[in-house]
Design a protein around this ligand. Structure first.
Ligand code: HEC
Ligand code: HEC
Length: 341
């Protein structure tokens, strides 16, 4: 008698342990590493046009080679031609996450993050999560360049071709090259762990029903910027006084900009044919030209860039305000003035 009660007691414990562990398991098996499009797909969102039809490691590697080195070994076993003689994509675009919070384009948060992690601070937006954006060459790029960028603003493949040919002073990509770069973007997309989700939101995601679920799609999409905004700034009205709205510059910050941004292209052997360094003489030249009609006027060079002209295929892209704020430009100025003394 005593024996059978014990057995019954044990088995009740056993069953409840089993039941409990079944409840403990989240309904959906997502992890921090799950790519965002995998989640969106699970919640019924159609995949974008730029989703690769087929993808494997070899194709992704080709894409990565093209982005980092400008060429790769093609499907026919031969070395491909350089996309550009002057730049690689990473001369102007960072390949890894650059905004600490993906919802905001805050150039100061980005600069601090870049300084902490020794990243570049560049005119082009990052390739990390570029596949998760839904429009490209936005705002003032469309306003200013119109028909040239219109198709590119709606299609990542077109945007890539435009940049390979025009921004890179290079050539259009062959189909296999374009597919490889798109596959590389796809492999470099945002992951669940990158999003700033509260514990409750994480639980909701884990327990949400899959299939068409617009609530979960909206939740996910609210956690990252779906385009990289671009507002073209202006030089201040009075160059000597600087921007009227800005009280004073911070030279420490200006130093970060000079080193992580300007020097990344202008140091000896950088992508610009014109190199400068960090000597008093270099800073004096910049200081002397503030307010002058000169390429060395930092306000004009930052806000307008330079143009590729005949016999001069290299040019410097402008920095939109989202890529360098007016405050940061004043920071650069006071740094230059301080070092020129
Ligand atoms: C000389 C600088 C430069 C080079 C080299 C360059 N780009 Fe760009 N690219 C830019 C700038 C500036 C923009 C517009 C700002 C931005 O990134 O959104 C841009 C935009 C883009 C965009 C649209 C991004 C968006 O979200 O709006 C894509 C895609 C792109 N480039 C791909 C490439 C690829 C691929 C290469 C290499 C084959 C390349 N770029 C080389 C400067 C460059
Ligand atoms: C993505 C690369 C890149 C970055 C970043 C960059 N530049 Fe340039 N810059 C160039 C290129 C390319 C040229 C065109 C000159 C050439 O190489 O033929 C140029 C031209 C210039 C010139 C004109 C030189 C002349 O004699 O005509 C100045 C001055 C200059 N840049 C300053 C800056 C400053 C200041 C910064 C930082 C705020 C900066 N650049 C950031 C690539 C870059």
């Amino acid at each position: 008698m005593r024996k059978s009660v014990k057995i019954a007691g044990l088995s009740i414990v056993g069953i409840s342990v089993l039941l409990l562990s079944a409840f403990d398991q989240p309904k959906n098996n997502f992890s921090n590493e799950t790519p965002i499009y995998e989640l969106l797909k699970a919640f019924g969102e159609p995949m974008p046009k730029h989703a690769p039809a087929s993808m494997n490691e070899e194709i992704v590697k080709r894409g990565r080679d093209l982005v980092f080195e400008g060429r790769t070994i093609g499907p026919n076993g031969n070395k491909s031609k350089y996309i550009s003689k002057f730049y690689t994509c990473v001369s102007c675009h960072s390949p890894i996450q650059e905004d600490p919070n993906l919802q905001f384009f805050d150039p100061q948060a980005r600069l601090d993050h870049a300084a902490k992690n020794n990243l570049k601070f560049l005119q082009g937006s990052t390739f990390y999560g570029i596949a998760n954006r839904e429009s490209w060459y936005n705002d003032d790029y469309v306003l200013k360049y119109g028909a040239l960028v219109e198709p590119a603003s709606k299609d990542l493949a077109e945007a890539t071709q435009l940049c390979a040919k025009v921004c890179s002073s290079g050539r259009y990509l062959e189909n296999w090259e374009l597919e490889a770069i798109l596959a590389y973007y796809w492999s470099n997309q945002l992951k669940l762990g990158d999003l700033d989700l509260s514990d409750t939101e994480k639980e909701n995601l884990a327990e949400a029903s899959t299939g068409s679920n617009s609530e979960m799609v909206s939740l996910l999409k609210s956690k990252y910027a779906r385009k990289s905004p671009a507002t073209f700034g202006h030089s201040p009205k009075n160059h000597r006084k600087g921007y009227a709205s800005i009280k004073e510059g911070n030279p420490e910050n200006g130093k970060k900009i000079y080193q992580l941004s300007c020097m990344s292209c202008h140091q000896e052997g950088g992508v610009s044919g014109i190199s400068f360094g960090q000597t008093k003489l270099d800073f004096k030249k910049f200081k002397r030209n503030i307010g002058k009609k000169s390429n060395y006027n930092i306000y004009d060079i930052v806000r307008k860039g330079t143009y590729a002209g005949q016999g001069k295929p290299r040019y410097m892209p402008l920095y939109p305000e989202e890529r360098m704020s007016d405050q940061q430009l004043e920071d650069l100025r006071v740094y230059i003035e301080q070092e020129a003394k």
